[in-house]
Design a protein around this ligand. Structure first.
Ligand code: MIC
Ligand code: SF4
Length: 756
């Protein structure tokens, strides 16, 4: 058994009393999200009602999960915290660093060869500090967590934005930066602004070609990529109960794409079935005893408008399959309305690849429904027009799917089965030798993100997100505007055939099976384990603490870049080829902001170095200012830092001498990451002030010495012609976070506290 039953037992035992206390202070019925939050207060039982969207609250999560690309930095920081063992059950998963190119066996071996140093580092740090390690090939973090660790009513954090996937099993699971994980692993509280609540009522029942994926694709259309910011989305209603647990996981997974803190579902039969099938009937027995607390109160669901900050209703009976994209996951098109839209926007109608899997849609049910389409194609004499790539989410799913003949149906269409890892979902797809100059094309996938270059590094790849069964149908037809509900295809004998709606099995009838799940338990006593970091390494670098604040106003700062439009963490710290430097701050800093669009001239990775007046790449300009002892600032647009949890996007600018990031609005995880690394993350009080910033300005903070919670800061902008603008800046720093800024980083403060 890899999961911690005693911890779950203890939590459930304390739950009723804690809920009663919370009910008393709230004086009203409770949503599920509130029940989970109020039973995980660091301080124990609730003594006050928190203000949603405003109060900073300390929580005590039950677990921590990390993946290889973020764990390196998280664990390098943890090593500095001065602890001998992690304080809560934690795991690390080797999944992001493995490429998808030739197929599972070869790619996995190559992945191990190339990343040996990093995997050894992770394996030994885990061994030393009591962290479970899931080896390369074991699976993708969120699928492995759902299969092994998630439990109804639990709270976890993970150093990956899709940690939210565990909401499918009724958790409050939140993606965080590594520094937050370090706090919790070091035995400290985890702080979060008490979220607002969005209720999504699902009526009716999914049918035909419509899948759980379409629910979230629809929600993304309604809420857009920032509509969920600062909120927990709670799904309820008969439609929710009719859906499988892994289907719920898909919906929660893509909550990250609307910026939501997390999403969750109440405990129901689908979760019982899933827990039983994945060897956790003890959890079911325990959960059943507190079942009433593992879902929202009836009154809440009957009168949702009264209890949620926003309510959305979706009728599953009439919901249509969707294709979202390209380049953003909230650009929704119903299957059947694609032709005109694609033509109007010049999206290539020919589809070259269909990719199925990733942490979002790689359950047994997903593979079986998509396989039913692949099988039909073969049975009806169809050939696939596009190529297929499959990424199973875990070795357990892969092994079972192979045993049950599901993978064979894809192989009959010449599909490539990739490693149980992230691969093509995170730019680790060896599709082209020269992606930058690769041709314009369309692909469909069942993943979650479709930002430019995300899958294959090619800026001209138009990626559309759909359910696995729809991906299968579209790939077979080779047309983006194929509508399997109405359209026919011509088979090899020239006969027109139609695809029947998909069917699948929620869980394997013969049960799950696996030979080697790839888990490595940590040493009982890790004190003798040695963690080696070669000082010559290009992949790993021990951290040097950031400088504390000198107590003075930051003056004479220059603009490193004013980013225009979408600036996701992929723009700030690109993944793909750069994943190899995730454990080496100085080396990875060479990708700092290279994808951000410069508001002056519209180029990427090209700014004017004000010291020389010459054009420069962004990281080189930053290094030049730093060498000259000149502080810099970054200016950005809305939802700056959207996407991943990678704290490199905050650490790199900090390392390169950026002192403040000033934007119209932030994505939550990134804002926290900036604060943790001792950076000033500020927003324009007046959005139009963004326009006042010119390329060759000089910036002076005039009242930083009185930096305090709830008080605006003032930035003096001195233009090259000598004229000045005073701009008001908002911030969300509380006392403690100001402490991080002063200490130079949150980690500096932990160390100080440990030593005192
Ligand atoms: C992603 O999906 O973007 C990632 C890669 O999983 C990231 C984490 C990372 O940057 O390593 C995430 O979503 O947090
Ligand atoms: Fe991996 Fe993609 Fe899931 Fe991120 S979204 S964890 S890269 S499979």
């Amino acid at each position: 058994m890899v999961f911690d039953l005693d911890m779950i037992r203890a939590y459930y035992a304390g739950m009723p009393a804690k809920i009663e206390a919370a009910r008393k202070v709230l004086g009203r019925p409770m949503t599920l999200a509130e029940k989970i939050l109020y039973t995980h207060l660091w301080s124990g039982e609730a003594t006050e009602a928190f203000e949603r969207g405003n109060s900073y609250v300390e929580f005590a999560p039950d677990r921590v999960a990390m993946q290889d690309a973020t764990a390196q930095m998280a664990l390098l920081q943890f090593m500095q915290a001065g602890k001998t063992k992690v304080a809560v059950p934690s795991t690390a998963h080797a999944d992001h660093l493995i490429q998808a190119r030739l197929g599972a066996t070869k790619d996995l071996q190559e992945g191990i060869n190339k990343n040996n140093e990093v995997f050894n580092f992770l394996s030994s740090v885990c061994d030393k500090y009591g962290i479970g390690f899931w080896k390369p090939g074991a699976g993708i973090i969120h699928q492995v967590v759902l299969e092994n660790y998630a439990f109804p009513g639990g709270m976890m954090i993970g150093t990956d934005s899709h940690t939210v996937n565990a909401g499918g099993l009724g958790m409050v699971a939140v993606g965080v930066g590594g520094a937050d994980a370090v706090d919790v692993m070091a035995g400290m509280a985890w702080e979060l602004k008490f979220p607002k609540l969005i209720g999504v009522k699902l009526t009716g029942k999914l049918n035909g070609w419509t899948a759980p994926k379409d629910v979230i694709l629809k929600v993304a259309e309604i809420l857009t990529v920032k509509g969920g910011t600062g909120c927990i989305v709670e799904y309820f209603g008969e439609g929710a109960e009719s859906m499988s647990c892994t289907g719920k996981g898909t919906i929660c997974n893509m909550g990250a794409e609307i910026g939501a803190t997390t999403s969750t579902f109440g405990y129901d039969d689908s979760m019982r079935r899933y827990l039983n099938a994945t060897g956790r009937s003890e959890v079911v027995e325990l959960a059943d005893q507190v079942a009433e607390h593992l879902t929202g109160d009836n009154e809440v669901y009957s009168n949702p408008e009264k209890y949620f900050d926003q309510v959305i209703e979706i009728d599953l009976d009439t919901l249509m399959p969707h294709l979202n994209g390209p380049f953003t996951p909230d650009l929704a098109t119903e299957v059947g309305s694609m032709t005109e839209k694609a033509e109007a926007n010049d999206w290539p109608l020919d589809v070259e690849w269909g990719l199925i899997g990733s942490c979002t849609n790689s359950s047994y049910e997903d593979l079986s429904r998509a396989a039913s389409i692949a099988k039909q194609a073969v049975d009806k004499g169809l050939k696939t027009k596009a190529q297929f790539g499959i990424n199973p989410g875990s070795e357990q799913v892969r092994y079972t799917a192979e045993r049950d003949g599901l993978l064979k149906h894809f192989e009959d269409l010449d599909a490539t089965i990739f490693t149980n890892a992230c691969g093509p979902c995170i730019g680790q797809w060896g599709r082209y030798s020269d992606p930058k100059n690769a041709p314009k094309n369309s692909i469909v996938h069942s993943f979650n993100r479709n930002f430019a270059k995300r899958a294959d590094g090619n800026p001209n790849t138009h990626a559309f997100v759909a359910s696995p069964e729809m991906v299968a149908a579209i790939a077979i037809s080779g047309r983006l505007d194929f509508n399997p509900i109405t359209d026919t295809l011509v088979n090899k004998d020239g006969i027109e055939v139609k695809l029947d709606p998909p069917h699948g099995e929620e869980l394997p009838t013969k049960g799950f099976a696996v030979e080697d799940n790839g888990y490595q338990a940590p040493a009982e006593d890790g004190s003798k384990v040695e963690v080696i970091v070669n000082p010559e390494s290009s992949r790993l670098q021990l951290l040097t603490p950031f400088e504390p604040w000198d107590g003075k106003n930051i003056t004479g700062a220059k603009l490193l870049i004013k980013a225009e439009g979408k600036c996701t963490t992929d723009h700030i710290s690109m993944a793909g080829p750069w994943l190899r430097y995730r454990g080496h701050l100085d080396n990875i800093s060479n990708n700092c902001l290279i994808g951000a669009v410069n508001a002056f001239g519209g180029a990427t990775n090209e700014v004017v170095n004000q010291l020389t007046g010459e054009k420069s790449e962004v990281p080189a300009a930053a290094r030049a200012y730093k060498a000259a002892g000149i502080p810099t600032i970054v200016v950005g647009d809305h939802n700056y830092g959207e996407g991943s949890s990678r704290e490199h996007a905050a650490m790199e600018p900090r390392h390169l001498g950026v002192r403040a990031v000033i934007v119209k609005s932030f994505a939550r995880i990134h804002e926290t990451n900036l604060k943790k690394q001792g950076m000033l993350g500020l927003t324009f009080a007046n959005e139009e002030d963004y326009d006042k910033v010119r390329e060759d300005d000089t910036f002076n903070f005039v009242d930083l010495e009185s930096f305090a919670p709830g008080v605006q800061l003032t930035l003096e902008i001195v233009h090259a012609d000598g004229s000045k603008d005073d701009v008001k800046l908002n911030h969300t720093y509380n006392e403690q976070q100001i402490g991080w800024f002063k200490a130079g980083s949150a980690l500096n403060l932990i160390k100080k506290q440990n030593n005192s």
